[in-house]
Design a protein around this ligand. Structure first.
Ligand code: UDP
Length: 387
């Protein structure tokens, strides 16, 4: 008998998992998606008015240094090379991000060589901090107070709604600091944008026989309908699965303000606004993500970061210490499940990039099928959560 699986959520986790499970074994898969579209928060489609490819939940740039992940995604639609170059406005001046030699020289009005800049920034750093325990300490130790205040303090406070000292250092470690003129936002070997958008890639992933997608179909745990499946793979928010019985995990959400204009509004895809006095965090102008296309009009979005209310889409897991305690309690509940597994950004409550989500889903499918074949206990989570 083919196994019958239910996958909850049609984002990258759910779609990659469906693709891999159906490649590895004889099974039928239903995917239930509560929204009216596939793609999760990576959903992109063409704007009806201008034809520009819109990333509906904010800019997504696919990047990885693993050739097998790049090749895997490319099977489902062409990714065209695109290098993300971000600009940042601080006190009315525009600088390149991530912080690189151009940023340092412009900001301090110098003409440093790489070695001189390295020495200069090392002197600016706070050496009394041995092991940075949070975002602020990480910044003060490695780039010093001036650059921290100009580019990180205000932006981070707006983005996360709290003092950067309350946030983990890992958030800052996402961004490189370079002592050359390389202003590629990512360190990855491969970076690109799907020519037909992310949702088209995911549609192709789940186009095989035996996979059925149901849109506008929310998941309610422990219903009779769920009993028809041998196993449920859940990629929604972990706290929602347990109907918030231990409380709500903290997320930031984003409100987008859409604008249309003629020509070119800001000359680049992403302009960050680092001053606290400007209420939005960044402006993304989407036609620049596809420089191979021509558009007379332009569409851009101002992003406002906010606390997540019960009806809002969760974006960024805050992972403050109270959240992490609650997460551990939810994970203890989940560990008792025998016919449910949890994976992806929302179900594991982690700040994940697309490449990590995809890699983890590929690995999870393999592990799940192997363990099933060997009659072992099935995995509940793809990851360990350090206590
Ligand atoms: N960040 C900042 N200033 C910037 C850009 C980023 O302080 O101009 C900080 C901020 O805390 C942010 C984090 O670095 O949440 C990670 O930035 P990234 O661009 O990776 O965020 P994403 O694109 O995922 O929103």
């Amino acid at each position: 008998m083919p196994k019958r699986y239910l996958i909850v959520g049609a984002g990258f986790s759910g779609c990659v998992l469906a693709n891999r499970l159906s490649a590895l074994q004889n099974c039928t898969i239903d995917i239930w998606e509560s929204r009216d579209h596939i793609g999760g928060n990576c959903h992109s489609s063409r704007d009806a008015e201008t034809g520009i490819m819109i990333h509906h939940y904010g800019p997504h740039i696919f990047n990885t240094s693993k050739k097998e992940i790049w090749d895997f995604v490319n099977q489902f639609g062409e990714l065209r090379p695109y290098v993300h170059r971000v600009k940042a406005v601080s006190k009315g001046k525009v600088y390149p991000l991530p912080v690189n030699l151009a940023t340092i020289n412009q900001f301090f009005n110098k003409n440093f060589s790489p070695e001189e800049a390295k020495e200069f920034i090392a002197e600016m750093g706070d050496n009394s901090i041995q092991n940075p325990k949070n975002f602020e300490e990480q910044a003060l130790k490695f780039i010093g107070k001036d650059l921290y205040q100009a580019f990180f303090y205000g932006y981070t406070k707006k983005q996360w709604g709290c003092e950067p000292s309350a946030l983990p250092a890992s958030i800052l470690k996402r961004l490189p600091v370079r002592f050359n003129y390389d202003d590629n936002y990512h360190n990855s070997i491969y970076t690109g944008i799907p020519v037909d958008g992310y949702s088209a890639v995911m549609e192709k992933m789940i186009s095989g026989d035996g996979i059925n997608l149901y849109l506008n179909k929310p998941f309610v745990p422990n219903t009779e309908e769920q009993q028809h499946y041998d196993h449920v793979f859940y990629s929604g928010p972990l706290d929602a699965f347990y109907q918030y019985r231990l409380g709500r995990l903290g997320y930031r959400t984003v409100r987008f303000e859409k604008y249309e204009a003629l020509g070119d509004f800001q000359g680049t895809t992403q302009m960050n606004y680092c001053d606290e006095t400007i209420p939005y965090t960044r402006i993304a102008e989407h036609k620049h993500f596809t420089p191979w296309e021509q558009h007379k009009k332009t569409v851009y979005f101002k992003e406002y970061s906010m606390e997540t209310g019960p009806q809002d889409v969760p974006y960024y897991p805050k992972r403050l210490s109270a959240d992490k305690n609650m997460l551990m309690d939810y994970r203890k509940l989940a560990e008792n499940e025998t016919r449910v597994s949890f994976l992806g950004r929302l179900a594991t409550y982690r700040y994940m990039d697309m490449q990590h989500v995809i890699e983890e889903a590929i690995e999870f499918a393999r592990n799940f099928v192997n363990r099933q074949q060997e009659g072992l206990i099935l995995p509940v989570f793809p990851n360990e959560e350090p206590s």
